[in-house]
Design a protein. Structure first.
Length: 255
């Protein structure tokens, strides 16, 4: 980023070849250098990038982040330049960065980042890819998954045991109860792959400390409420496959 003065106005040019600035550099205040009363150079960073924070991430990109959620968590991505780059590009706010850094473990930091990214606009996924300079193998995995991602099955396709006409519908309370009766310890990675967070799991366990089935039921209801029309049998089947759980448990919901 180059900063210069012309006619008393600070002007900046983006050097696209430059490495990401550090979070400390990006947030450093420079008193006395004002564009107009009350607006400092540091505060204009937020103003310049406001357009990046409009709208939602594309459904395909959300699907990729969900399907690779556990793999990404194992990489502890936030210990590198990822946060600094996403802050520089306006994808994350200062509040987001501080909230992520406050998490106790690398896994929780990464999971929180993955919770935040889908709501940071259609450019957030590409910015995330660009931030992975220190993790080229992770970027390659994400790009490959993105190419292969399909938001919907073809009209003539189906999943064994699931009536085709209900693939894009959400499970009922009764069906969620039936599913909870058939799932074992794999329920936690399943709901993580569907987009819930470790915090969600903790709250489900705290609300039902002595009843694992109730914990599962609350978790899947949270998923259905949070993702709305995207919380379908099709995405549930995909989530089971992601963590190598037996997707045939869904077949029993229509018996």
């Amino acid at each position: 980023m180059k900063v210069g003065r012309q006619d008393g106005i600070i002007r900046r040019e983006r050097d696209t070849r430059a490495l990401p600035m550090s979070y400390e550099d990006a947030t450093k205040r420079q008193p006395g250098r004002e564009l107009s009363p009350g607006i400092t150079l540091a505060s204009t960073l937020t103003l310049d990038f406001s357009a990046c924070r409009i709208g939602e991430m594309e459904a395909r990109d959300k699907q990729v982040l969900r399907s690779l959620r556990l793999d990404l968590g194992a990489e502890v991505l936030v210990d590198g330049l990822v946060l600094q780059y996403l802050y520089q590009e306006g994808v994350l706010t200062e509040h987001h960065v501080q909230e992520i850094k406050a998490q106790a473990t690398g896994l929780r930091k990464t999971m929180l980042l993955l919770d935040i990214l889908p709501s940071r606009g259609p450019k957030a996924f590409d910015a995330f890819l660009d931030s992975l300079q220190e993790f080229p193998w992770v970027r390659e995995k994400l790009e490959k998954a993105r190419e292969e991602a399909v938001t919907e099955l073809p009209a003539d396709d189906s999943i064994a045991g699931i009536p085709p006409h209900v693939l894009n519908s959400s499970p009922s309370d009764r069906q969620i109860n039936q599913l909870a009766q058939r799932l074992g310890p794999e329920w936690e990675p399943v709901v993580l792959s569907l987009g819930l967070s470790q915090t969600d799991i903790y709250r489900c366990k705290a609300n039902h400390p002595h009843n694992v089935q109730s914990q599962m039921v609350e978790a899947f209801i949270r998923w259905r409420q949070r993702f709305g029309k995207e919380a379908t049998f099709q995405s549930l089947h995909r989530g089971l496959q992601t963590v190598e759980a037996d997707p045939s448990v869904l077949q029993h919901l229509w018996e």
